[in-house]
Write a new protein. Structure first.
Ligand code: ZN
Length: 218
């Protein structure tokens, strides 16, 4: 029996991965992290969606992450940058987040004899976050296998998809409306269409409009 663990946040990308995993593996479990994110409402959404999907979700605390460095996702005193600055990622980058999430997920997975790890990172529409790149995932996969002497396989179904193609995938998986109205991607924690002005909302909306247009044109 194939078993998979999805690193889950209640957002558009990881929700699409959650339902993708259900069609590819016999048994699917999810893990989420509370790391002091200002939009903690995403964890409520994560719980509700995982329940609907019939996927058990475990939420772990990673409070430490917000005290070792500062970024606008965990520090409510910092303004969220609305434009991509030159030559560096925006201040919404949480340094080391994906490495820590995947590492904790791998420890949890091995303890539960799960060898497939699924994460919604991608580099097609990425916001300049270095830990969303394929090169990093391939490297960490090797490191985790060596570290725990276990044959993990990290799956990144969204790696080469842009936002419009991620909407298409959700539609193909039969969860277009669920993703559109229940997930939280907005940096201000507003579900569905979100605040409409933060970089995450803009990216999501642009992808949605492109997808709806391409669908109209057949
Ligand atoms: Zn927003």
């Amino acid at each position: 029996m194939s078993k998979a663990l999805v690193i889950y946040s209640g957002g558009q990308d990881s929700t699409t991965c959650l339902f993708w995993a259900k069609t590819h593996f016999d048994s699917v479990t999810a893990i989420a992290f509370n790391y002091g994110q200002r939009h903690v409402s995403e964890l409520t959404a994560a719980k509700q969606i995982a329940d609907q999907a019939g996927v058990p979700l475990t939420i772990f605390n990673l409070d430490l992450l917000s005290s070792v460095s500062h970024n606008s996702l965990t520090d409510s005193k910092m303004e969220v940058e609305t434009d991509q600055p030159d030559h560096r990622p925006p201040n919404t980058l949480v340094e080391g987040r994906n490495m820590l999430f995947l590492t904790y997920a791998a420890i949890f997975a091995k303890a539960n004899l799960i060898d497939n790890l699924i994460t919604g990172v991608g580099q097609a529409d990425f916001s300049g976050y270095p830990d969303c790149r394929n090169e990093f995932i391939v490297s960490l996969n090797q490191t985790l296998n060596l570290s725990m002497d276990f044959e993990y396989r990290i799956h990144t179904p969204l790696m080469w998809l842009d936002k419009s193609e991620i909407w298409k995938l959700a539609d193909e998986l039969g969860v277009f409306d669920l993703v559109r109205f229940q997930t939280i991607t907005c940096y201000h924690g507003i579900p569905g269409e979100g605040c409409g002005t933060c970089p995450s909302c803009k990216l999501r909306r642009r992808g949605l409009l492109n997808y709806l247009k391409s669908k109209e044109n057949g």
